[in-house]
Design a protein around this ligand. Structure first.
Ligand code: ZN
Length: 417
């Protein structure tokens, strides 16, 4: 008998390991959106924080002598979830505003009355670094226990050069293992000091903030809230072009509340993602497909804002646009860090299958962050991030919703406890 190779951890006896690994490199789209590349009665061997092998339990048991084991006990194993759109760097809460909305006020009415993003800007500026970090760490920890091993975090509640740098610096302090992808969102709203002077604020974002953020290496992406009464398509283009010139990747909040050319702009500039897209035009979908822009859809936001409308995900899939799903975790329009719940809402609101939602929240989300070769699927050499679910059939994940199905989370090859 050949000697078994040592490995740090063997996760075994899964009903299926949904690897999301296979096909051509890159995100999955069209008919492949729901291809999960499963291994029946599967196992995953991990060593040195990386995946050593994925295969049937019987095969890996013969091949490996593990230091530690996790018995998946007939549950599904999936890649660690990747949350590609969060605004975790905030202070305070907006529960009062939420209740007003429940009673009928609209998001725009609340913003006009001094609530909305600007109330979070005041709260962030007034909060100490310790308070903001403690809040972020609690959400990060909770997200991890719900299976989210990688997440993008945006700035955007500082809205001055000093406060945006502070936000990105706090985001940097959240992570030392490459699990948090920082995005500069100085153009989240026009701050109080610049009310009525949007053009001057755009200039400040382009000429003061972006060069400084890039010089300090504080962000991997730049994002813009392209929306009526925030930043129109021309202003968004100016900001994103400045960011591109400074070597930042591009993302965009596009066509959420109105159709304003955000998707077309994303395609034209080669954005990594266009996010929200409830009001995307047919031309916008075509352009995104042609340019390979990933649609990051945020169904938990539709729910939280009491909207009847969700993004036209099936049209995008038919047109060959890769779909990702994220939480949009933020204090105003989506106060949840539970990506499993966003996937469930994606099945109901975006009309996705469980398999399509899984690919959306793993492999495609990872590619939207430029991290596809590292996380989001289970294959040898990838980061050993995976989740053992307490359900034997993937369809039970969105079906039995509102609870945490992560029985075991493995992060960098270590069981999170
Ligand atoms: Zn957002």
């Amino acid at each position: 008998m050949t000697r078994r190779a040592p490995c740090d951890l063997l996760v075994h006896s899964a009903s299926e390991v949904f690897t999301a690994a296979g096909g051509p490199a890159g995100p999955l789209w069209g008919r492949d959106q729901g291809r999960t590349f499963p291994v029946r009665d599967g196992a995953v061997a991990c060593t040195g924080g990386r995946i050593a092998a994925v295969g049937p339990t019987s095969t890996l048991r013969r091949r490996y002598a593990p230091q530690a084991e996790v018995d998946a006990a007939g549950g599904c194993v999936i890649p660690g979830l990747v949350d590609a759109h969060t605004h975790l760097c905030f202070a305070g809460d907006r529960a009062r505003e939420f209740e007003r909305r429940c009673l009928g006020a609209t998001y725009q009415e609340i913003a006009a009355a001094g609530g909305g993003i600007l109330s979070s800007v005041h709260a962030f500026r007034d909060a100490s670094d310790r308070q903001v970090l403690a809040g972020m760490r609690a959400l990060r920890r909770s997200a991890l226990l719900h299976g989210t091993t990688t997440m993008e975090v945006k700035s955007g509640y500082g809205l001055s050069a000093e406060q945006e740098i502070r936000a990105l610096d706090l985001i940097r302090r959240l992570d030392d293992r490459g699990d948090v992808v920082p995005t500069f969102l100085g153009a989240h709203a026009v701050p109080p000091e610049f009310q009525g002077r949007t053009a001057a604020y755009v200039k400040s974002v382009c000429e003061e903030m972006i060069p400084e953020v890039a010089r300090r290496g504080l962000a991997r992406f730049c994002d813009v809230f392209c929306e009526k009464k925030y930043f129109d398509a021309a202003q968004s283009r100016t900001i994103l072009e400045a960011a591109k010139a400074h070597g930042l990747g591009l993302r965009i909040h596009a066509d959420e509340l109105s159709s304003c050319g955000g998707a077309e702009l994303a395609a034209d500039l080669g954005c990594a993602s266009a996010d929200h897209l409830l009001e995307v035009s047919e031309a916008g979908i075509r352009e995104m497909s042609r340019a390979g822009v990933i649609a990051v859809l945020l169904p938990a936001t539709s729910y939280f804002l009491g909207m009847r409308k969700f993004a036209p995900a099936r049209r995008m899939i038919e047109s060959g646009v890769p779909i990702a799903i994220a939480t949009d975790c933020n204090p105003g329009s989506s106060m949840t860090e539970n990506l499993q719940q966003a996937m469930a809402m994606g099945c109901v609101g975006l009309h996705l299958t469980a398999a399509e939602a899984l690919v959306a929240a793993t492999r495609n989300a990872a590619w939207s962050l430029g991290m596809g070769p590292e996380v989001g699927s289970l294959a040898p050499g990838m980061r050993a991030d995976l989740v053992v679910l307490d359900v034997p059939d993937l369809r039970l994940l969105p079906y039995h919703h509102g609870v945490n199905h992560a029985a075991v989370v493995v992060h960098h090859g270590e069981v999170v406890g």
